[in-house]
Design a protein around this ligand. Structure first.
Ligand code: PDD
Length: 288
């Protein structure tokens, strides 16, 4: 596999960065995960815009232009002969002596890793997955805003450890006030009496690109939706629950903690997933 590192494609076994990189020393950097279908990276512009937003929020100057990043993504996919891919764009603060001053690192490290996409088991979409609402709380917005898609992932990793110990596929965190925030790498939605609900951005979440696509679809299909503040009891009593992310699209949830939601994909979840996949197809046609 070839990796795009700074301005070159290098073989995977030569894709190294320094131990003095502040991405390694401090988790100082930002990233994006994308999914490509039939050689087209879905919502590439939106992901790159969010990458720039995250970089700006940590005072990191991106050395490439929007178009330059787009070209680098396709160059990496092409070098690996990939049509269906899981792509990660990573920018760290770069190499510098130990110390927190960002001026110690004059040049960010830029990398793109593109793996062939591995499909999730079909069962996950038919029967749903188990999630746990964990004790680890989502980072406080005023401390480390979840809108920054940062390399500093310990909050999510701690939640993941707890979720895994409880046998859950995904761990969902509450915010510091006890409102449902998001999964470790996903947003959460639920349906009650045919209304779609999802935590509002000001609860302290990453505003997922998939989340925006789902809300667009809901508008187009006339599905009523509300974003807001919801407690865990709201999720327990839902008719349908699902999680969303770039790689998973819309994945139904069968159990939340020990509460059974349903062991078959719900009606609205199914409608949204079908519409989502149609949107992907339309996008591919338009961007081929
Ligand atoms: N995760 N919330 C968090 C904390 C995330 O890390 C992600 C994405 C999402 C969903 O965002 P989007 O719909 O834009 O993918 C929500 C990606 C998939 C990852 O970490 O690999």
């Amino acid at each position: 596999m070839m990796v795009y590192l700074n301005n070159k494609l290098v073989p995977q076994n030569k894709a190294f960065i320094s131990v003095f990189d502040h991405g390694f020393l401090y988790g100082d950097g930002v990233y994006e995960t994308l999914r490509a279908y039939s050689g087209v990276a879905f919502k590439l512009d939106e992901h790159i815009e969010r990458l720039f937003r995250s970089a700006e929020m940590i005072g990191l100057k991106v050395s490439k232009s929007h178009e330059g990043i787009k070209r680098a993504v396709y160059k990496t996919m092409k070098a690996n002969n990939q049509k269906s891919a899981f792509i990660r764009i990573n920018i760290s603060r770069g190499i510098g002596p130990i110390g927190l001053d960002t001026e110690l690192c004059p040049k960010p490290t830029f990398a793109i890793i593109s793996n062939t996409f591995k499909e999730y088991p079909g069962e996950f979409y038919k029967m749903g997955v188990k999630i746990a609402i964990v004790n680890v709380r989502r980072n406080l917005r005023d401390a480390l805003n979840p809108m920054i898609k940062s390399l500093n992932f310990l909050n999510n990793i701690l939640a993941n450890i707890e979720g895994k110990n409880r046998g859950a596929y995904e761990a969902v965190m509450l915010n510091y006030k006890g409102y449902v925030a998001e999964g470790t790498t996903s947003n959460i939605f639920f349906v009650k009496n045919s209304i779609l609900y999802t935590p509002a951005i000001d609860v302290g979440i990453l505003d997922g690109i998939t989340r925006y696509v789902i809300l667009d679809i809901a508008r187009e299909l006339g599905i009523k939706y509300k974003d807001g503040r919801f407690t865990r009891e709201g999720i327990y009593s839902a008719d349908e629950v699902f999680i969303s992310s770039t790689t998973r699209e819309i994945m139904p949830v069968s159990h939340v903690d020990n509460v059974k939601i349903g062991t078959k994909i719900g009606r609205i979840t199914k409608t949204l997933l079908t519409a989502y996949r149609k949107k992907v197809e339309e996008y591919i046609e338009e961007h081929r």
